[in-house]
Design a protein around this ligand. Structure first.
Ligand SMILES: Nc1ncnc2c1ncn2[C@@H]1O[C@H](COP(=O)(O)OP(=O)(O)OP(=O)(O)O)[C@@H](O)[C@H]1O
Length: 243
């Protein structure tokens, strides 16, 4: 397991992987109107290499979700650039952006965000179909890689929180996404399950060459990350040392 490298945001592997992974340059984004206007992102630059597992920590309201939103093409910065796998997101039309997102970016949220009526296998099949994947797609290899093949026929209501997260991670990788954006994946899990889920994310990132960005308040799991950065007031900087 790689020890967390406490490095300045963007300094890590910047420049060594141009065109792949995630690259954010001087992103500024303001939210709200008038008196409530807030600079959610204040000149943020960040590089995440393929296979790298980065954690973002920071207080509530510091801009972590806003950063995930621009990295995932769910929002556009007012200025600055976001490049995923060599594609400058601002150059894509709305429609092309949605298609690009589906094919290139995987999302994992707090509770797995699975569709209640679908079995684990069908969750993956649905994403494959939406992403225009192969007609003869077999979800079993991916479910097996997250230790969930034996639960392929179960619906989310029949799975534990950790198992739901595992299916959510497999689903996020269906279309071969090279960028994985993960928001508080351990929020509803106990300590042991939290560690398992984050270990799985670390392994999947390495094995599939996926650039993974995880927002977390859970300091227990940071030891599994390659790099940790802290957000404060919309800016990225050096984190406090991890205990
Ligand atoms: N739709 C919005 N309109 C106005 N301000 C917003 C909006 N969404 C977020 N903000 C503000 O932008 C700033 C950054 O919010 P953001 O959700 O990115 O923070 P966060 O670090 O993810 O917080 P948390 O850890 O609580 O989820 C905060 O000051 C927040 O109040």
């Amino acid at each position: 397991m790689t020890n967390p490298t406490l490095s300045a945001a963007g300094a890590g592997l910047a420049g060594t992987h141009l065109g792949t992974g995630l690259s954010i340059r001087h992103a500024v984004m303001e939210l709200g109107d008038g008196d409530t206007r807030v600079r959610a992102l204040d000149d943020v630059s960040l590089d995440v290499a393929p296979g790298e597992f980065l954690a973002i920590v920071g207080p509530s309201g510091s801009g972590k979700s806003s950063l995930l939103a621009i990295a995932g093409a769910l929002a556009s910065p007012d200025s600055g650039t976001v490049t995923v796998n060599g594609q400058d997101l601002s150059r894509l039309s709305q429609g092309k952006r949605a298609a690009f997102r589906l094919a290139n970016i995987g999302f994992v949220f707090q509770s797995g965000n699975l569709i209640p009526a679908l079995t684990a296998a069908d969750q993956l099949r649905l994403v494959n179909r939406l992403a225009g994947g192969p007609k003869r797609f077999d979800p079993m290899a991916l479910l097996d890689s997250v230790g969930m093949a034996h639960r392929a026929a179960n619906r989310p209501g029949q799975l534990s929180g950790g198992e739901r997260q595992r299916v959510g991670i497999a689903r996020a990788l269906v279309s071969g996404a090279k960028l994985l954006l993960v928001d508080e994946p351990t929020a509803s899990l106990d300590r042991a399950r939290s560690r398992e889920v984050v270990e799985l994310l670390a392994r999947q990132s390495r094995e599939h060459g996926v650039a993974t960005v995880m927002v977390t308040h859970d300091h227990d799991v940071l030891g599994h990350c390659d790099r940790i950065v802290e957000m404060v007031d919309g800016r990225l900087g050096l984190p406090a040392p991890v205990s």
